[in-house]
Design a binder for this molecule. Structure first.
Ligand code: ATP
Length: 371
């Protein structure tokens, strides 16, 4: 495991007046580059050859420097890490970055300063740890059905290796569970080992909200949590295929046979929540931050998203926490209906990250927000 001390030593050798922002050309990279540019930083795109054209297609969000790799996992190569350090890079780990490289490898092998507390990657990367974190926060979670034999109503079945809503299924009985697990293994969607570790949850019915929070230890005016401030920068809802369009089949087929529901993310929609519900969302997010401070100090720093379902009783059930920038923030490159009340200038999550680094550097506290 690369220690905070090692990263602080690397940071101490950086020329802080020439920090650049680096990330992998995927997920929320355009927003990250655009935001860093607005804050006056140089940007570096780690890119595969075929993606480069896409990032050159947006002059205002194009990275200043490209580091080409054969495949994204090559970011771990010594030569790439060396180049990033030479460029005084602070890496922003987004969802694809973590997925392509693996949280474990980033923690053990990636000796380049990253924005935030890298220990969060370990806590959000494993479902067991994530539920422990959410359990410590005391938020309402979907009810878990301990064993497949106890499935008696529609349940969502998730597996350790699956991501982006892929490789989950709905089962309403033990028989349906067994048949679908077999199918998934034979289609190579999960390994036989993963098949032994299902998480079986009640299928919560309600409206999904994915609020984008940012926790800063540098500021304390506003919504105070511990010694810092919790900011709500936006809310989205994922559009998932085919579940979000299944209702159309009912109309079209008038009761004929239905396709299997699936939850693969394809995009995002902007959302605002009833203003009276903001209190509950802030309560949830502040408990998540407080729990992180206990479990893996210095805890959750920077952007995170609590993924929720609002029930007809107006309670929020939390089914996941993403402890990094989420792709739903791409909706708001120039700010959201909430960020306007925090900043009197356009503020995306990407720009907010860059602002935090600039502010931390100004106050001599860079190693508190970069690890
Ligand atoms: P990612 O890691 O990319 O966030 P994932 O593969 O870990 O995705 P989840 O985020 O847990 O999967 O779930 C994917 C989608 O399934 C959610 O966006 C939501 O629409 C739906 N979902 C998850 N859990 C539940 C639940 N308990 N009840 C109803 N719907 C759920």
């Amino acid at each position: 495991m690369i220690t905070h001390q090692e990263i602080s030593e690397i940071l101490a050798r950086y020329d802080e007046s020439r920090i650049s922002f680096a990330t992998m050309c995927s997920h929320s990279a355009l927003q990250i580059f655009h935001g860093a540019r607005l804050e006056g930083f140089r940007t570096i795109g780690i890119c595969t050859p075929s993606r480069r054209r896409v990032y050159e297609a947006f002059p205002l969000a194009k990275p200043d420097v490209f580091i080409e790799v054969r495949e994204f996992a090559d970011v771990l190569n010594d030569s790439v890490q060396q180049r990033l350090r030479e460029l005084n890079a602070v890496v922003v780990p987004h969802g694809s970055f973590v997925e392509y490289v693996g949280a474990d490898k980033l923690l053990k092998e990636f000796a380049v300063p990253m924005f935030g507390n890298r220990l969060t990657l370990e806590w959000e990367g494993s479902r067991e740890k994530m539920y422990r974190w959410l359990g410590e926060a005391g938020v309402e979670l979907p009810r878990e059905v301990g064993s497949p034999s106890r499935i008696s109503s529609p349940c969502l079945v998730k597996f350790p290796g699956a991501k982006g809503g892929r490789g989950m299924f709905v089962a309403s009985s033990p028989e349906e569970f067994e048949q679908k697990v077999k199918e998934m293994v034979s289609r190579g969607l999960i390994s036989p080992e993963e098949a032994q570790r299902p998480v079986i949850q009640e299928l919560v019915v309600g409206v999904r909200y994915y609020p984008h929070f940012f926790y800063t230890p540098l500021f304390s005016n506003g919504y105070r949590v511990a010694d810092g401030r919790l900011e709500l920068l936006g809310i989205d809802r994922r559009i998932e295929s085919n579940i979000d369009e299944l209702h159309r089949v009912v109309t079209a087929s008038r009761g004929g046979s239905w396709p299997e529901p699936s939850y693969v993310v394809t995009g995002n929609l902007p959302m605002v929540v009833r203003e009276a519900l903001l209190e509950k969302l802030f309560d949830i997010a502040s408990s998540v931050v407080e729990a992180s401070l206990k479990l893996f100090p210095p805890g959750m720093i920077g952007p995170f998203c609590v993924e929720t379902i609002c029930t007809p009783d107006l309670d929020f059930v939390v089914f996941e926490v993403s402890a990094r920038i989420v792709a739903g923030t791409n909706l708001y490159p120039m700010g959201s209906p909430y960020s306007h009340f925090l900043f009197d200038e356009p503020m995306s999550t990407g720009r907010r990250i860059a602002r935090e680094v600039r502010e931390a550097s100004k106050r001599g506290r860079l190693s508190e927000v970069v690890y």
